[in-house]
Design a protein around this ligand. Structure first.
Ligand code: PXP
Length: 254
């Protein structure tokens, strides 16, 4: 069974810091604690408006933490220049709108193939592994393959936002996209909106090898501390993964 990695997104430590300015709480300290608690990587999104993570945070994360850094970035000249300067282990290309509260949907790779291909080429030539953050949609997965992405991260936000039959349908979309992408040779990641309630069924999709989780963990850390929150998430991921061996699927397809 393939190992499932946990990438901890520390953006919202910076959100709290920026509410007052100054240096506290420090996202780099959170990244070090996440490493000690068993995270496999750290994810940070440098947004155009710098609402949470700052350029200085990225500079420090690139050299001060013991885990691989995954830089979430829009496909813009400014972000490309920053990525090439700091050379994170990985970059995840995300769509970005100034007015949104969070990354609301996946990248439209189908509609911007040429543009995205150019960014993948430049980043990959500098040994940065590129993933594309897309909706769990077969056409988008196929386009990601066509433009030369090594990895796709499937957006789990819609799955997390609904309940009942609608949630099962969303889960099936994610599982189908993961199966399709993996068969094409893409590495499959998933993330956005995941919590203790939603992580197990995603972890039970065998093609998925990495989850990136932020907001829920940082929120839960207020009540129980960051290391216990991460450790519990890790346990639930492992329990979800263990279901694969038992019945191949929690959504009844395989
Ligand atoms: N993956 C990607 C590509 C994201 O943009 C985000 C949010 O920054 C996440 C995962 C983590 O989402 P959340 O903070 O809701 O766990």
């Amino acid at each position: 069974m393939r190992k499932l990695r946990l990438g901890v997104n520390i953006d919202h430590v910076a959100t709290i810091r920026n509410a007052r300015g100054g240096h506290h709480p420090d996202p780099v300290r959170a990244a070090r604690m996440a490493a000690e608690a068993g995270a496999d990587g750290i994810t940070a999104h440098l947004r155009e408006d710098r609402r949470h993570i700052s350029d200085h945070d990225i500079r420090r994360l690139a050299v001060e933490i013991p885990l691989p850094l995954n830089l979430e970035m829009a496909a813009t000249a400014e972000m490309l220049e920053i990525a090439l300067r700091h050379k994170p282990k990985a970059a995840c290309i995300v769509p970005e709108k100034r007015e949104e509260l969070t990354t609301e949907g996946g990248l439209d790779v189908v509609g911007a193939k040429q543009h995205i291909r150019r960014y993948i080429k430049e980043l990959s030539a500098n040994n940065i592994r590129v993933s594309l953050f897309i909706d769990p949609d077969i056409e988008q997965v196929s386009a990601a393959y066509d433009v030369g992405a090594a990895v796709v991260e499937l957006h789990t936000g819609s799955y997390c936002d609904v309940l009942g039959d609608a949630r099962n349908e969303e889960l099936k979309r994610i599982a189908d996209a993961a199966e399709y992408g993996s068969a094409k040779g893409l590495e499959i990641h998933a993330g956005h909106g995941l919590s203790y309630d939603t992580v197990m069924d995603i972890a039970a999709i065998p093609e998925i090898v990495e989850l990136n989780i932020g907001h829920f963990l940082i929120g839960e850390a207020i009540f129980v501390g960051l290391p216990p929150a991460i450790r519990h998430m890790r346990e639930l991921m492992d329990q979800g993964r263990a279901q694969i061996a038992g019945k191949r699927s929690v959504y009844g397809k395989r």
